[in-house]
Design a protein around this ligand. Structure first.
Ligand SMILES: Nc1nc2c(ncn2[C@@H]2O[C@H](COP(=O)(O)OP(=O)(O)O)[C@@H](O)[C@H]2O)c(=O)[nH]1
Ligand SMILES: [Mg+2]
Ligand SMILES: [Zn+2]
Length: 372
């Protein structure tokens, strides 16, 4: 049986292939970029086209030991051609960046539950677009969602950018809205986009110059797939049909998927994630709240709790209307979550995680190792 070729052939450099990746490729293998994953197999883009490659026993074993070793969208993989002509995904090349989420959910007892193992949502991503629809972005909870996604984005190693989508829906309110969002995203570019009229789409495309790869995050219905289609110039992703009555769409995108854009660059569309947990987030949270960190440095007491202490620069900024009170609450919440996550996982292990896949994949490439 040969691997089903779903379409044509890909020019590797247009997918981001370069000399430093080539230097990591194990002998006798063929490079491919993971476009989508399913259980036990990945759809990959390579010189032989768009095909399905099942995981080798070695990849399955590594992933069973640590989910971080599981192939994910955006990964560069080494394929091995089996005697029957089929390709097997036999190793991952070192990841340049990785978008890792923690396994955090809620339980009635502790408020939070989770596991200490991260899950890689996308790899080798240069830009993380956080899409928030104009319709909802004034809502306090949604500014909080922007902050949470930005914390993850900073940790991923990619450049975070906030996109206020469906800009056509707010009319004159757009300037105010953009100000609110910008205040929740210090040091981050914020752009208004309307995928229907094309407003802002070229600005978004500008982040994908050359062979840069972006991931689009945001709630279901934020307009992510519609934006991806606008970037591609054709309907590559299915978008939601608006339901009669409440004007909201239904879930459509169910897989994370890497889409090479005709004009250069690649973009990963994602389904809406209901609640995305932090993972190894300390620095990401600090960056999202850099304005509060700066204020806190000016508090009278070094250990100020920014609650009711005298000489608190943070409280003073809230009283002066410079800092929204919501932001202090959001900072406290994400810091607690980051600290809780850190307490669940060994600090040394978490540090190691950042480079773990490099080690794993070096191990995986040793000839003869882990062979049955
Ligand atoms: N008014 C308006 N509607 C949009 C815009 N972009 C997307 N939508 C609509 O919002 C709904 C959800 O879009 P979709 O791209 O499927 O959202 P996703 O779940 O984030 O992928 C669809 O009905 C789109 O037609 C926009 O810029 N303006
Ligand atoms: Mg979608
Ligand atoms: Zn203080």
């Amino acid at each position: 049986m040969s691997s089903p070729v779903l379409s044509g052939s890909y020019d590797l450099p247009s997918l981001g292939w370069n000399g430093s990746l080539a230097a990591e490729l194990p002998a006798g293998t063929v490079p491919a970029r993971v476009a989508r994953v399913d259980r036990g197999a990945a759809e990959v883009l390579c010189a032989d086209g768009h095909l399905t490659a099942h995981y080798s026993a070695r990849v399955r074993r590594a992933a069973a030991a640590d989910p971080v070793a599981l192939p994910c969208v955006g990964d560069w993989a080494a394929l091995r051609r089996l005697p029957e002509g089929r390709f097997e995904l036999d190793a991952l090349l070192p990841r340049r960046t990785a978008f890792v989420r923690g396994g955090v959910g809620r339980t009635s007892q502790q408020g939070l539950s989770g596991d200490s193992q991260g899950q890689v949502l996308a790899a080798n991503v240069d830009v993380v677009f956080v899409a928030e629809p104009a319709l909802h972005a004034t809502d306090t909870a949604d500014l909080g969602r922007i902050e949470r996604l930005l914390a993850l984005a900073w940790e991923s190693g990619g450049q975070p950018v906030v996109l206020v989508t469906k800009a056509d829906l707010v009319g004159d309110g757009l300037d105010f809205l953009m100000g609110e969002v910008a205040a929740a995203a210090p040091g981050v570019d914020v752009h208004a986009v309307c995928s229907l009229t094309g407003q802002g789409v070229d600005i978004v495309r500008g982040y994908l110059a050359g062979t840069r790869t972006a991931v689009v995050l945001g709630a279901s219905g934020a307009g992510k797939s519609t934006l991806v289609n606008a970037l591609a110039g054709e309907a590559v992703m299915e978008t939601q049909q608006v339901r009669a009555g409440d004007g909201r769409g239904r879930h459509t995108t169910v897989h994370r998927e890497l889409i090479p854009l005709g004009g250069g660059g690649l973009v990963v569309d994602t389904p809406g994630i209901r609640r995305i947990g932090l993972y190894d987030m300390g620095e990401g949270v600090d960056r999202v709240f850099s304005d509060i960190e700066e204020l806190a440095a000016r508090c009278r007491f070094a250990d100020c709790g920014h609650d009711s202490e005298p000489g608190c620069a943070v409280i003073a900024a809230i009283e002066d209307g410079v800092l929204p009170e919501r932001r202090l609450a959001s900072w406290n919440k994400l810091q607690r979550e980051a600290a809780w996550m850190a307490s669940r996982t060994d600090a040394r292990l978490r540090k190691e995680l950042q480079n773990k896949w490099k080690v794993i994949h070096k191990e995986m490439r040793k000839p003869g190792r882990n062979r049955p």
